[in-house]
Design a binder for this molecule. Structure first.
Ligand code: KG4
Ligand code: ZN
Length: 339
């Protein structure tokens, strides 16, 4: 089955073609980072309008590059939520309408299910069950995955997501938007011994996260210590060490508690090298395995939506003709897919 996937939940337009026999045939991405940079964050209305401009040209280029004709496509998957409502509506309207005009089924995909299943596009793919650490700009979650659609949320963030905390801390250190990668680069110049930030919520049981206090810690440290280049790097280092340590501690706990040995990392912060080093060391220590999607599939992309949609369409799930999105939608509400 050849499935077209469309992602438009936030500030990236992604289009991909996934074939259940041949694998990923092609994918393209347009990032709106430049569009939102001057505002220091995503402006929803600008995001929607840009998805309108980019979705069809991207689709045309993916079809051309993969030498696929629209009549070869057997199903369409689009991100139906969670995300920005206007942005979601663009992908859903285009996806649902194309499917109708081509006479093929369509399915609305949960964006986080896309992230959870992104490592399945790699070789070797993880076997079920696994524990997934989802760390993006909008989410920080630990999820037990027993199969496609069989998700149990083990831990969630009570306030800022890890990526959001990176971005906000980067902003107060005077770095551009999105600040995560820039903060990570600055942290490499930092002295790990100069400041020590707390590891939030690690001194009590449970798998939930809270990152908003770290940003305040960074702010007060920069106010009292000044803002010379080395101090900014030292603050970036202390911040990153605290986030990474906290995530590693909670992953250790999640793997121990669930008795699962496979860990999957997904979402934009999964690109962070210090985090990857920390998690590699953890699975070495525990004797498990860790799986990372390639960097371009850590962040938002169409391939993960095409893959997740293909799993659902193959199981006979499909959407009615209405164009519907769900800006708020829990992973635990999803229907399981039985192979
Ligand atoms: O998954 P994603 O593309 O978007 C959401 O669905 O939210 O993740 C984007 C987030 C941003 O907050 C960005 O700053 C962060 O991932 N990020 C990083 C790194 N690369 C991206 N954070 C820390 N270190 C990185 N290397
Ligand atoms: Zn995402």
């Amino acid at each position: 089955m050849l499935v077209l996937g469309i992602e438009s939940s936030c500030d990236e337009t992604g289009v991909a073609l996934f074939d259940t026999e041949a694998g990923l045939l092609g994918h393209a991405l347009h990032s709106q980072i430049g569009l939102h940079a001057e505002y220091g964050g995503v402006v929803p209305e600008l995001a929607s309008r840009d998805h309108v401009r980019k979705a069809l040209p991207l689709l045309r280029s993916v079809l051309d590059e993969s030498d696929v004709k629209s009549c070869d496509i057997n199903g369409v998957a689009y991100t139906a939520g969670p995300g920005l409502i206007g942005a979601l509506m663009v992908g859903a309207s285009i996806g649902r309408s194309l499917a109708w005009s081509w006479g093929v089924p369509a399915v609305g995909v949960h964006h986080m299910e896309g992230h959870l299943l992104a490592p399945m596009l790699e070789t070797p793919a993880p076997e079920f069950p696994f524990v997934a650490l989802l760390v993006s700009g909008g989410h920080t979650m630990l999820v037990r995955v027993d199969g496609v659609g069989a998700y149990r949320i083990l831990g969630d963030t009570l306030d800022d997501a890890a990526g959001e905390a990176f971005d906000k801390t980067a902003k107060l250190l005077g770095l551009g938007y999105p600040g995560g990668p820039a903060l990570a680069r600055l942290a490499e110049q930092g002295d790990p011994g100069r400041f020590r930030f707390p590891r939030p919520m690690t001194d009590r049981p449970g798998l939930d996260f809270s990152f908003s206090g770290l940003k305040t810690f960074a702010l007060t440290t920069s106010q009292t210590q000044g803002g010379d280049e080395q101090t900014r790097a030292d603050i970036a280092r202390a911040f990153q060490d605290a986030v990474v340590d906290t995530l590693v501690i909670k992953c250790r706990r999640a793997l121990r508690q669930s008795g699962v040995s496979r860990l999957v990392v997904a979402g934009g912060v999964g690109a962070n090298r210090a985090l990857r080093a920390g998690l590699d060391a953890l699975v070495d220590e525990l004797g498990g395995e860790v799986f990372y999607p390639r960097l371009e599939f850590c962040t938002d992309n169409g391939a993960m939506i095409a893959y997740a949609g293909a799993c659902r369409l193959c199981a006979g799930q499909q959407q009615g003709l209405a164009i519907e999105v769900r800006p708020r939608w829990s992973l635990e509400e999803l229907e399981a897919v039985t192979a």
